[in-house]
Design a protein around this ligand. Sequence first.
Ligand SMILES: *[C@@H]1O[C@H](CO)[C@@H](O)[C@H](O)[C@H]1NC(C)=O
Length: 142
Amino acid sequence: MHYFVENMKSLTFIAVLVALTVYNDAASIQEEAYLFTEEGFVYREDIGMYQKGEVRLGDYLFHDHTCHVPGIPNAVQLEDVVYLGNSTTRITGLRMAQVPGTPGGAHIGALGRHILNVRIRSVPGAGIFTRLQFWGHYTDWV
Ligand SMILES: *[C@@H]1O[C@H](CO)[C@@H](O)[C@H](O)[C@H]1NC(C)=O
């Protein structure tokens, strides 16, 4: 898991990595159908990325994260990326790069809050090579 905590004053990030590997079983094979079926997660030709929620003019890119998790034969890889802002942070949009030839799934937590958890899952044997962007605004910025 990558856990990003925004320090209120310095805007520095604390990152902790926990790699999670779930070994393959019959059930996980069926989840190939899970390819970006996340509701409201749509591919946008204009930016070449999937997007859920809204990114408006003047919004702030809170975090830009690159996932690089090599595949392991027969194993499903999971990667959790969490962004935690302060009390006035509103994460309204999540963007994810298209993953060529690497189908998998993404589960995105509730938008409109100060924290957002995204879980990415590979199909068996594949790695996770993508990029995530957390967008939004601070309610106390005018
Ligand atoms: C949250 O962080 C932003 C950016 O540093 C800052 O402008 C805002 O005032 C902070 N909010 C609080 C409640 O500290």
